[in-house]
Design a protein around this ligand. Structure first.
Ligand code: GLN
Length: 190
């Protein structure tokens, strides 16, 4: 199984490294051809405005929508979650609108208000998992078919709707692999 990480901007190498530590093949995705060869795709954190613009420029927005409609699992981290959401507040990045949630960008404050914490995610792990929030968005609406996998201060921070997964935190910046393992399991079930 080969899992792709969208490699146009953001924390790409950290996701590739986490996937490889889980024992799967992982590759960068930058164009339609590499997208067509993967069994799942991670859209990393970074800057959603930039990621959205480049997705459109490379024609990857439409290609991602088609593959996800065909069942390919996708996981958006932080800016990736914004890109996947139905609606977002603030300066509007181009979004693919696949996941029935709304997000509010930079909702915890500025870069300096970034933090790392532990969250409980019982579906993934019995122990709390570490989570790094960097100028993170908040999920401000969750559609009725969206399952909440983890909360922080009672607000959803990790959600799933069918083959679409999104977290407002960065698991790839911690040593814990449970979020990546969960995503890999979803890719393997296909
Ligand atoms: N603040 C960024 C945005 O709105 C997201 C930050 C991140 O991905 N860590 O796009």
């Amino acid at each position: 199984m080969n899992i792709g990480v969208l490699a146009i901007q953001g924390s790409v190498s950290e996701h590739l490294s986490a996937l490889k530590q889980c024992g799967v093949q992982a590759c960068e995705v930058r164009d339609r051809k590499s997208l067509s060869e993967v069994s799942g795709l991670i859209i990393p954190g970074g800057e959603s405005t930039t990621i959205g613009k480049l997705l459109k420029l490379y024609g990857l927005d439409v290609a991602i929508i088609e593959r996800v409609a065909g069942g390919m699992p996708v996981y958006g981290t932080c800016a990736g979650a914004i890109v996947l959401s139905k609606k977002t507040t603030g300066k509007k990045p181009n979004i693919v609108q696949l996941l029935d949630i709304d997000t509010a960008r930079n909702a915890y404050g500025r870069q300096i208000e970034s933090f790392s914490t532990q969250i409980s995610a019982p579906t993934l792990s019995r122990k709390p998992i570490p989570a790094v929030f960097i100028r993170a968005p908040k999920i401000i609406r969750v559609g009725k078919n969206v399952e909440i996998l983890a909360r922080f201060h009672n607000e959803p921070v990790f959600v799933r709707e069918k083959n679409i997964l999104a977290s407002t935190f960065h698991p790839e910046l911690t040593n814990d692999l449970s979020v990546h393992r969960y995503f890999i399991a979803a890719c393997a079930r296909r």
